[in-house]
Design a protein around this ligand. Structure first.
Ligand code: SIN
Ligand code: FE2
Length: 208
């Protein structure tokens, strides 16, 4: 496994999860999505729908709707608590996060081939001491990484199925987004598309 440092605190671990573990996780996600279906979030204020569909696992699920961005303990449509974070995601966090407490949110983003995600920062958490750890599955995507300001320079790199990336330290609040998905680039998901799983710590652990 290689690791590339593209900016201080940004870590890219290509091929972190092998093909068999990816397939096992997809099977697990199929059951998870039956319990907590994907829904289409909307932008605060404008109410414009996201092109990405989302759901969550963990004690804290990230939501966006007209009332704003926030974390909530229940699925907005079913009213049920979010399912548990898949064990393999807990393991990835334990291996790479370098943080004494576990993740509380596993945001699950589904990108159809035409979906994208505009530049944003992950900044709805109580603590930024913990990193953001994300795993890509399925079709490759063009990821854009900026710095701490919206209009600063950016660079792009392709994220492939099984790749892990980490925003930590000085890069924890870096702007980032997905410019496009490269449809047909992976056969992991039978109907194509891309899944991104993002792990975050939401609350500040005692003692931090
Ligand atoms: C996100 O920033 O929420 C998603 C990033 C990705 O899809 O890789
Ligand atoms: Fe993000």
């Amino acid at each position: 496994m290689t690791e590339t440092d593209l900016a201080e605190g940004f870590r890219y671990l290509p091929g972190y999860l092998g093909p068999e573990a990816q397939a096992a996780l997809v099977a697990e996600l199929r059951a998870l999505l039956a319990e907590a279906p994907l829904y289409r979030p909307t932008m605060p204020k404008s109410g414009r729908p996201f092109s990405v569909r989302m759901t969550n696992a963990g004690s804290h699920g990230w939501l966006s709707d007209r009332q704003g961005y926030r974390y909530a303990p229940r699925h907005p449509q079913t009213g049920r608590p979010w399912p548990a974070i898949p064990a393999v995601m807990e393991r990835i966090w334990a291996e790479v996060a370098d943080y004494p407490a576990g993740p509380e949110c596993c945001l699950i983003n589904f990108y159809a081939p035409e979906a994208r995600m505009g530049l944003h920062r992950d900044q709805d958490e109580e603590t930024f001491e913990a990193p953001v750890v994300s795993l890509s599955l399925g079709d490759s995507a063009v990821f854009r990484l900026g710095g701490p300001t919206r209009h600063g320079p950016t660079r792009s790199l392709k994220l492939h199925s099984g790749d892990v990336m980490i925003l930590s330290g000085p890069a924890r609040l870096a702007y980032h987004g997905i410019d496009r998905v490269l449809g047909g680039s992976s056969r992991l998901l039978p109907d194509g598309g891309r899944i991104n799983l993002t792990l975050r710590r939401v609350t500040r652990p005692a003692g931090e």
